[in-house]
Design a protein around this ligand. Structure first.
Ligand code: COA
Length: 186
């Protein structure tokens, strides 16, 4: 397990699936998630979990609140490219009462410390809707740099939307940053 200041990241288990299924069927939680978000049954979640144990290109972890052990979300490294040593970071906090309290910031620092210092990845990428300011602020809090925009690359809510790409390299990553806050030039 990976231990952060506010969270613990651990392997997903069968008993996480009922909660996960509620979150993944909640439009408020999924509205900004990239990729497909169709309604999911608990049986689909079970198949998905089984397949994910064999999946070496996507690491999905449960997020527990460190204080009381409550399961509050999921985080992962996706599309891991082991040759070029990069991956996309993804976070979903399913329990809304935990939003805007610094949880995602801590999840990211914890997961990226593992990605850079244990898995020896070189580059972590953030991909988000242009209108998703929460994720852009989050990436800035981690020290990411804006790379570019994929024009009208996503379709939802009856319109095409731009996707923003941000990234951080291993040498730019500073886990102390979460204590110091944002730098002057951010
Ligand atoms: C997006 C999400 C991960 C943010 O998690 P969080 O725990 O609320 O984020 P934090 O409290 O660590 O805040 C990180 C930064 O984002 C900002 N932020 C968080 N929510 C915000 C919002 N709704 N609008 C604007 N900024 C927001 C915070 O102010 C903070 O910036 P700061 O360092 O300048 O203060 C969370 O809302 C979530 O899981 N949403 C549902 C799933 C999702 O959309 N995931 C991301 C898909 S790309």
């Amino acid at each position: 397990m990976l231990i952060g200041e506010k969270v613990i990241l651990r392997a997903l288990t069968q008993s996480d699936l009922p909660k996960l299924n509620v979150w993944r069927n909640n439009p408020e939680v999924t509205k900004n998630l990239l990729g497909w978000s169709w309604p999911r049954s608990i049986e689909q979640e079970e198949e998905w979990l089984k397949a994910s144990y064999q999946d070496k290109e996507n690491l999905r972890l449960a997020v527990d609140n460190k204080l009381d052990g409550r399961f509050i979300g999921m985080a992962g490294l996706y599309r891991i490219d082991w040759k070029n040593r990069n991956a996309v970071i993804g976070i979903m906090i399913g329990e809304k009462e935990f939003w805007q309290k610094g949880y995602a910031t801590d999840i990211g620092f914890t997961l990226m410390s593992y990605a850079f210092y244990e898995l020896n990845l070189h580059r972590i990428v953030g991909e988000m809707l242009k209108e998703n300011l929460a994720s852009q602020n989050l990436c800035r809090a981690w020290g990411f740099t804006y790379e570019g925009t994929l024009r009208e690359a996503d379709y939802r809510r009856n319109k095409y939307q731009d996707i923003v790409i941000m990234s951080i390299l291993k040498e730019e990553f500073d886990p102390q940053r979460k204590k110091e806050g944002k730098k002057e030039d951010d």
